[in-house]
Design a protein around this ligand. Structure first.
Ligand SMILES: [Zn+2]
Length: 408
């Protein structure tokens, strides 16, 4: 029998529930489907035996596993995952279980789509594993229901094995990570962890403690619409004005030209007619100084354009999140414990700066250092998503090892 008897069954149950978040929503959580899922999850946590299960204003469900006797003075450690799934078909997820995968065969998802190791070379790592895939019509939602299932399995193990000594463990399940707002008001005080981990990474060994810093820019251009036949020295074309701003930014610094620690400006939307134009961009950089310089570069470009076109452009810049590495480099305990735990489990840590943000980027700045650990998913956010049940077990082992080390 598997060490975590309910891990895979729960995962299969959770992925069948549609919990896609809604980026156009005005509510928090963004979608009633998430609220319903979190409500059921809270009930399930109580049934399993978690204590102090409660739902917060922002939709988060918090719960605890109390310390074992004599370990009440150990600082609480937290584990966090998100329940929403990405912007891809999430209706009627129908997970397929491939037992004892041979590491070389093509896995047929449906008549149209398959997982081919020649295309997705990651498959070759999973010889002998049981894989869970989609049926080719939806995403899987291992991002991040693998994390949800692993945290619950670790909690259940602790509750059923009183001989396993540990301090208090606090857990949190939340909405809207995929639309970047779920952790905006994460209540770190109520959570009460010395440090925490999001279980939201990909393959075995991932340990992420550096992210981008991110800002969003909205540029609105107001034109002067005049008949083009008599437009000389009169007409101001909003599209031309916005293109003038864009062309002042370095051509290299776009997502399609950058990798590693290189930051960028990403033009996400552009709409314009004779009266008005709107251009949206996101700005990303790991280095805070360069991040600030990028914002200044855009501001200067707008000023230059406005000199030419009579203050036609209004720029609104908004910081979205910051590189958690700025804090974690001075408070490395969470990262160090995770590395030690992986080493003791024979897992090689894979540490690379994330070219994106995580919920931990926000939670770290709200007061709880929160790096990100692997949950096991591959090819996330689409129909080719899959996960190995062995890696899900290893992620659960890792949670328990971290808790064990901290209580020593
Ligand atoms: Zn995720």
């Amino acid at each position: 029998m598997a060490k975590y008897e309910n891990l895979v069954d729960r995962f299969l149950k959770y992925v069948k529930v549609n919990t896609k978040s809604d980026e156009f929503s005005q509510t928090v959580p963004s979608d009633p489907k998430e609220v319903a899922f979190l409500k059921d999850l809270a009930e399930e946590l109580k049934e399993i035996g978690f204590s102090n299960v409660r739902t917060l204003k922002d939709g988060y469900v918090f719960a605890e596993v109390p310390a074992t006797p004599g370990k009440e003075n150990v600082d609480a450690i937290g584990f966090i995952s998100h329940v929403d799934t990405a912007d891809f078909n999430s209706e009627n997820v129908n997970p397929q279980v491939v037992t004892d995968y041979d590491g070389q065969s093509v896995v047929k998802l449906n008549d149209e789509y398959s997982l081919d190791p020649e295309v997705f070379s990651s498959l070759k790592k999973y010889k002998g594993h049981t894989l869970i895939t989609t049926d080719g019509t939806t995403l899987l939602g291992a991002d991040d229901k693998a994390g949800v299932s692993e945290i619950i399995a670790a909690g259940e193990y602790m509750l059923n094995h009183p001989e396993f000594e540990h301090g208090k463990v606090v857990v949190a399940f939340g909405p809207d990570e995929e639309i970047g707002i779920g952790a905006d008001n994460f209540d770190t005080k109520e959570f009460g962890a010395k440090f925490a981990y999001t279980m939201d990474g990909g393959p075995l060994g991932e340990l992420e403690w550096e992210t981008f810093s991110g800002a969003g820019a909205t540029l609105t251009a107001t034109g002067k619409a005049v008949h083009p036949g008599t437009a000389k020295d009169l007409l101001v074309n909003p599209a031309v004005v916005l293109i003038d701003v864009f062309n002042q930014l370095p051509e290299h610094d776009r997502p399609e030209n950058t990798e590693g620690r290189e930051g960028f400006f990403y033009l996400t939307t552009f709409e314009a007619d004779a009266d008005k134009g709107v251009m949206r961009m996101i700005i990303r950089d790991h280095d805070r100084t360069k991040f600030e310089e990028r914002k200044q570069m855009l501001t200067t470009a707008v000023e230059n354009t406005n000199k030419k076109y009579g203050d036609a452009v209004v720029l609104v810049l908004k910081d979205q999140y910051y590189n958690m590495g700025e804090i974690l480099k001075d408070q490395p305990e969470a990262v160090d414990v995770a590395k030690t735990a992986m080493n003791e489990l024979g897992i090689t840590p894979i540490i690379e700066p994330v070219r994106g943000g995580t919920d931990g980027s926000k939670i770290t700045f709200l007061g709880t250092p929160t790096p990100n650990l692997f949950a096991g998913g591959e090819n996330m956010h689409g129909r080719f998503e899959y996960v190995s049940t062995t890696v899900m077990e290893q992620a659960t082992d890792l949670i328990l090892k971290i808790v064990e080390l901290e209580a020593k």
